[in-house]
Design a binder for this molecule. Sequence first.
Ligand code: AMP
Ligand code: MG
Length: 347
Amino acid sequence: MPFNLRLLLPIFVFTFLLSACQPAPKEYKQTLLVFGTLVNITIYDTDASKAAAMIKAISDDLNFMHEAWHPWKPGPLGRTNTLLAQTEWFSANPSVMPLITLGQQLWHDSDGLFNPAIGHLLGLWGYHQDDPPQGPPPSANEIKKWLSQNPRMSDIETKGIRVRSSNAAVKLDFGAMAKGLAVDRVIEQLKKNGIEHAIVNAGGDLKAIGRHGDRPWRIGIRHPRQDGSVLAAVEVNDSESVFTSGDYERFYTFEGKRYHHIIDPRTGYPAGQSTSVTVIHPQAAVADAAATALFVAGPEQWQDIALKMKLQYVMLVDKHGQVHITPAMAKRIDWLGNDVQLKISQP
Ligand code: AMP
Ligand code: MG
């Protein structure tokens, strides 16, 4: 060993021993079955009793939101839907008001492609029942009739908790945004309780705060056409959320044809040009609604909607497997060696 290295050896050993004596940062993980999905919560670098108490509080909160925001079971949103159909003023449960007001804004910003007033259409496609839909799909006449009724978020007026719809065909379903809003609420609650490092992952849609030890949180984005495999990885910064809408999440096959759950409100049929869309945004509710809206917009129109929604980080995989992506998103993505065809464009 050269002389200078021999001198440095005790310093290396000392540093190693010092780091070995430090308690390893603690990570608490829990999986909950709430909001119709598996929610993984990871809290980093806090004590065990605080982490356990937080996880319990989060679980109760998520269960509350799931019940309050359920579109077709009895509960605050279910009652709201019954009364909206009567086109008279009524007092809505306050728990549904943030959904309605944010839903109206995002409906407007997405040119109506995110439209939570399409509950009746989702029912026609079989998505308002406990059992998975099996078909048949709705008839062309049923779709045509629904289109002529044209339910939109602008049909709803609000004054405080007083609410009225001028269109009896409005039925609210926040399936494309509620999970995002719930994740925002949970992260807020963690922050208020002094948690600095955590990630809440609801079936691949997530929001993070802080870091994972000495590195940022890093997550995988599912391959839309290869079950169980990851298309790309991305680092998630403090208070960022990553949401993906995919046609593989809920679908059924009827007489050899596949019908998925993301519906184009302009045609009444499942949107056919995208297979998945990922959006990164500070607000999880916005990321969630935007991913759905851009999925509907498809490879020809996504830039218009991304511009209107002021989105910086977007990735859309179209039905041919081509990846349409913003320059800012392209810089952040690690393709993990996957062979992808990129079309980079600034909205
Ligand atoms: P996501 O997985 O966030 O894209 O949400 C999909 C869910 O949102 C569906 O299961 C429906 O409940 C609902 N949905 C489908 N299409 C739309 C749409 N165009 N606008 C708003 N919600 C929709
Ligand atoms: Mg969504």
